[in-house]
Design a protein around this ligand. Structure first.
Ligand SMILES: C[S@@+](CC[C@H](N)C(=O)[O-])C[C@H]1O[C@@H](n2cnc3c(N)ncnc32)[C@H](O)[C@@H]1O
Length: 350
């Protein structure tokens, strides 16, 4: 063997020893019930929202290192794709499918396919970086829930439940046919009047939105639940006082942050959102209540755990983590939203 190849072998051996020391995949008895250590490459992302495309950013995170992923991705409805931003939505103006449909209401079969393709890439990375037993909770619109759930399952997750956030404050989106009839040049005034009377009270098939579904998926556990929990601190659900709802009830798969009716509130209500929590400077279109995200985070993680939100938006997950003593990592492709997040975190801490 030449001197050069001997040196090369020696170098490779030293690198493999260093790597083995840095990346710890198993834990000794001392580590049991102590939170696993933070992988080295997470430290500069911890408790921050970094600017970047989330699939690329997740590639920087080592496998099996995140306790939970909780996120509210772009919905892939009209204009709400992965280039999601208020300005481009406002510029888009009217829909070219049916009259002037409100934003997000254009029906297009491709939305489901595109969302599935996009979410398959997201879910594969989420699967890799989550610890075994780690929960992946992802919001979606009721219309495209199925394509999101399929992408998550195809990435290797076990789908455990569909959770529903129910609310009473929302706008009716169904619309009448009067303006279409009015514009129809083939009809005379009498015919228009007759057709409007016939269609009176008949609207496009859209019920008033009152539920936002979330997919609850879990990365398969290693061994028994208790083995997985001891090794990774994940895989079991927290049913202590802090996750009880309304009148001290076991947490259910329906969650509300509005007061609805006494018997419903006893079972489904997590604490109400504070009116100022969003911040009057917050221009984001889809801000979730902090109490809702805190409830989810407490259900599936211990204190100090690392929660990732790849689509951080205006920072609700970050604020929920700070308030519930969890650590967070966030990404967003919009710098304006990152600034809003930073301000919300500062204000929620003071
Ligand atoms: C529905 S919003 C999240 C709102 C958030 N839950 C809140 O309460 O403020 C989705 C966010 O994902 C961001 N986004 C869209 N595509 C992205 C991508 N590929 N990578 C990272 N962020 C992305 C958008 O800029 C938007 O802020």
């Amino acid at each position: 063997m030449t001197n050069a190849s001997l040196n090369q072998k020696l170098l490779l051996f030293i690198i493999s020893v260093i790597n083995n020391k840095m990346i710890k995949n198993t834990y000794t008895d001392e580590d049991v019930f102590v939170l696993p250590r933070t992988p080295l490459n997470l430290t500069d992302m911890l408790n921050k929202v970094s600017y970047g495309e989330c699939v690329d950013m997740m590639k920087k995170i080592s496998s099996n290192s995140i306790d939970m992923v909780c996120t509210d991705p772009p919905y892939f409805l009209d204009g709400l794709g992965d280039d999601w931003n208020k300005e481009s939505l406002d510029k888009k103006g009217s829909s070219d499918v049916v009259g002037n449909l409100p934003k997000g209401m254009k029906f297009d079969r491709n939305q489901s396919k595109k969302f599935n393709e996009f979410y398959s890439k997201v879910s594969s990375e989420v699967y890799r970086i989550l610890k075994p037993g780690g929960a992946f909770i992802s919001f979606s619109s009721p219309r495209l829930y199925h394509s999101m759930a399929m992408a998550i399952e195809d990435a290797g997750f076990e789908i455990r439940d569909m959770l529903g956030w129910i609310y009473t404050q929302s706008q009716v989106k169904a619309f009448s046919q009067d303006h279409i009839i009015e514009k129809d040049k083939r009809l005379n005034a009498e015919q228009k009047k007759l057709l409007k009377e016939t269609c009176n009270n008949w609207k496009t098939p859209q019920l008033k939105p009152a539920i936002e579904p979330m997919c609850l998926a879990v990365k398969p556990i290693e061994g028994r639940y208790i083995d997985n929990f001891q090794k990774y601190g994940t895989g079991l659900m927290n049913t202590s006082e802090e996750t009880k709802t309304g009148g001290g009830f076991f947490p259910s798969n329906i969650i509300t942050t509005d007061k609805v009716e006494e018997s419903m509130d006893r079972v489904f209500l997590v604490s109400k959102p504070n009116k100022t929590e969003k911040g009057d400077y917050n221009t984001h279109l889809s801000v979730k209540p902090v109490s809702l995200i805190s409830h989810l985070v407490k259900l599936f993680t211990k204190e100090d755990a690392i929660v990732l939100d790849p689509f951080m938006g205006s920072g609700t997950t970050a604020v929920a983590c700070v308030q519930s003593k969890r650590r967070y990592i966030g990404f967003d492709i919009n710098k304006e939203y990152i600034k809003i997040t930073e301000r919300r975190i500062k204000e929620s801490a003071s």
